[in-house]
Write a protein that binds this ligand. Structure first.
Ligand SMILES: [Mg+2]
Length: 261
């Protein structure tokens, strides 16, 4: 269901506090041309700066990007940053937490990386992104049939390299990523709500893709509100849909910065 800011805020009048979990790409900001793009978006910064000043709001950005990217994109003190789907955290006070030991993850990725490189060598439209904690294979600019074939082969190689270890494979349209099993936005939201409890806070999650859907169920189970960002209606666990990052920023700008009701 498409929601207006007014309809959404109507559901929030009873809440004294809001715990906001926000995805970045496609949710707060429009998609960048490449995942390496790390220029801050002034409109995003200005909205988040308003949110962190309110004692009634707590704001976390939960993204597949690595934490170092989020830090470059979002230099707003007081935000909780969850990079690599929540594997790498930075608390509002600036403390860093790795939820998984890097040394348990990296050897398998180091084994896999050259075989993925070999697989895409000489092919058009593919690129490999080494995110440290994860490896991602993008086929966005490749031909449909070739993308399918190459991603299927990449999947087999990844299963081999993971060798039953603590990994998960994340698929997507013309996309494959391997990373720690805990690289899961649903687990991350659970972890944050458990480790940073905030009594009476209503959790809200805003996101645009299948990795966000994994958090929608968790938010619902905890009585919160999942919000999908999408131009068109689609099958989702979210209660409500906003049409674009611009609509998200506009709504966030209407949240009260001082006392409620
Ligand atoms: Mg997104």
């Amino acid at each position: 269901m498409l929601c207006t800011s007014e309809q959404l805020n109507h559901r929030l009048v009873e809440a004294r506090r809001l715990w906001l979990f926000l995805d970045y790409d496609g949710t707060l900001a429009d998609f960048a041309d490449t995942p390496e793009h790390v220029d801050p978006e002034p409109e995003v910064i200005s909205v988040l700066t308003g949110l962190v000043q309110s004692p009634h709001l707590r704001t976390a950005v939960v993204s597949g990007r690595r934490l170092s990217h989020l830090r470059s994109l979002l230099g707003v003190p007081g935000l909780l940053l969850a990079g690599t789907y929540g594997i790498e955290l930075q608390t509002p006070k600036g403390e860093r937490i790795n939820r998984v030991a890097y040394a348990t993850i990296r050897p398998a990725l180091d084994t896999l990386k050259p075989s993925w490189e070999h697989l895409i060598a000489g092919r058009e439209g593919f690129f490999l992104e080494d995110k440290g904690w994860t490896l991602a294979l993008h086929a966005r600019f490749a031909e449909e049939d070739e993308a399918k074939e190459v991603l299927a082969a990449a999947h087999r190689l990844a299963v081999e390299a993971a060798h039953g270890g603590p990994f998960r494979l994340l698929g997507g349209h013309k996309f494959l990523e391997i990373g720690p099993r805990l690289a899961h936005k649903g687990h991350t939201v659970d972890y944050l709500l458990e480790h940073y409890p905030w009594p009476d806070a209503l959790p809200i999650y805003v996101g645009d893709d299948d990795k966000d859907e994994e958090a929608f169920g968790v938010i619902k189970a905890r009585g919160g509100i999942p919000i999908l960002v999408a131009r068109e209606p689609r099958h989702t666990q979210a209660d409500c849909r906003l049409e674009s990052p611009q609509a998200v920023r506009q709504w966030l700008g209407t949240l009260p910065s001082d006392g409620r009701g």
